[in-house]
Write a protein that binds this ligand. Structure first.
Ligand SMILES: Nc1ncnc2c1ncn2[C@@H]1O[C@H](COP(=O)(O)OP(=O)(O)O)[C@@H](O)[C@H]1O
Ligand SMILES: CC(=O)OP(=O)(O)O
Ligand SMILES: [Mg+2]
Length: 400
């Protein structure tokens, strides 16, 4: 069965086309910097030459249309007909408390995804656009939704409740949900496999550092706490999101700057984080380049790193120890500078890093800690797409 997987992130879209007979990737690719006039589309047909184009792509719909064009392209295509795709798996960021597992998409599911737009304003709208774009190009082909929130359903109440009047949880489901669950689940399983140990014996701190970023405490295979909350705004400082702050700032700034609720939401989601502090935008590659000479970029980097380090400490405390720390996602996998800055301040955990290995670029799972280190520190490339493809196959089969 050929399964197409779509992962619409806030600023990027990633896709993979699988032949699930042996989980082989027939084509993969991504569109980065969506919303900018120099968006980058990279299409990688297996066994053929990679295509890379830089063009204006302002919306996710346009990005998806372009991807389908390349899938059936006379030279760089891998399908003779787009209808060879038998099922499509979609990453959907927020499932609220409605979904604790992946589901077949129907009108009710779409309404439920829409029902929590407010809770993931940068993501769920993009995810639904993805579903609807596929429905129009591939009518009749089953779509499966795989939720970021599902893995974190194991969090205990003391971790997922907010210390506000309890009635608000009952009335509005205001609680912490957590995100990037598909990724945290995948990399923690990969790490256990790499170390040759059962996951049931490991305490893992998983750092998913991309444009959106979250850290999860995984105790013996189960998510017990995670840095994102009711929405993907809580927790770490991110590309454009503030992460944790004093909630009193919100009414204060609304009064002082005469902002509406929408405006303050947009400020915290789109104009904060690395963008808000550096003035150079959200891309860590730009920050790293500028911070050598620019104070704003340096401060942005230092705050970003410091906040990650504090969360690692918090989750070591939450689990009363740690065996493995994982770095994953766009920044976590690629920025040796950030990994160095974080880990050289974790000496209290007995962590020792081989900086030479840390600098090596690779798409493979690798250990960057030395053999003397008391904690294993790994870089594990995430693969949310493979997890989604597997779930899609499972759901499609069980619905037959
Ligand atoms: N070589 C690199 N060095 C540092 N950061 C990088 C590098 N390559 C990619 N990134 C960072 O990865 C981020 C994207 O991560 P990704 O996990 O794809 O994000 P998302 O899924 O949230 O859109 C970019 O914003 C960029 O900052
Ligand atoms: C939930 C979330 O922040 O996702 P992303 O990292 O793709 O923006
Ligand atoms: Mg992502």
């Amino acid at each position: 069965m050929k399964i197409f997987v779509l992962n619409c992130g806030s600023s990027s879209l990633k896709y993979q086309l699988y032949d699930m007979t042996d989980e082989i990737v027939i084509a993969s690719g991504k569109v980065e910097r969506i919303g900018m006039d120099d968006a980058i589309l990279t299409h990688e047909p297996t066994g053929k030459e990679e295509v890379k184009i830089v063009t204006e792509i302002l919306e996710h719909t346009t990005a998806i249309e372009k991807v389908f064009e390349y899938l059936v392209h006379p030279e760089s295509g891998v399908l003779s007909d787009i209808r060879e795709i038998q099922a499509v798996g979609h990453r959907v960021v927020h499932g609220g408390e409605v979904f604790s597992d992946s589901v077949m998409v129907n009108e009710q599911v779409k309404a439920a995804i829409k029902g929590v737009f407010d809770l993931a304003p940068l993501h769920n709208p993009a995810n639904l656009v993805g579903i609807e774009a596929v429905e129009s190009v591939l009518p009749g082909v089953p779509n499966v939704a795989v939720f970021d929130t599902a893995f974190h359903q194991t969090m205990p109440k003391k971790a997922f409740m907010y210390p506000i009047p309890k009635i608000l949880y009952k009335k509005h489901k205001i609680r912490r949900y957590g995100f990037h669950g598909t990724s945290h689940k995948y990399v923690s399983a990969k790490a256990a496999e790499f170390l040759g140990k059962p996951i049931e014996e490991l305490k893992i701190v998983s750092c998913h550092i991309g444009n959106g970023a979250s850290i999860t405490a995984i105790d013996r295979g189960k998510s017990v706490d995670t840095s994102m909350g009711m929405t993907p705004l809580e927790g770490l400082m991110m590309g454009t999101r503030s992460g944790d702050l004093d909630p009193a700032i919100i009414p204060f700034v609304m009064g002082k700057e005469d902002l509406t609720l929408n405006e303050v939401n947009s400020m915290l989601n789109k104009h904060s984080g690395l963008t808000g502090i550096s003035g150079y935008g959200s891309d860590m590659r730009d920050i790293e380049e500028k911070m050598v000479t620019d104070e704003g970029a340096k401060l942005a980097f230092d705050m970003y790193e410091y906040r990650i380090r504090k969360y690692i400490g918090a989750y070591v405390a939450a689990m009363d120890g740690v065996d493995v720390i994982i770095f994953t996602a766009g920044v976590g996998e690629n920025s040796d500078i950030l990994r160095k800055a974080i880990t050289e301040n974790l000496t209290y955990l007995g962590i020792e890093i081989d900086q030479e290995i840390n600098r090596v670029r690779s798409k493979k799972v690798r250990r960057i800690s030395t053999s003397n280190s008391k904690v294993e520190v790994l870089v594990v490339p995430t693969n949310e797409e493979l997890m989604i493809a597997r779930d899609t196959l499972r759901i499609v089969k069980s619905n037959k």
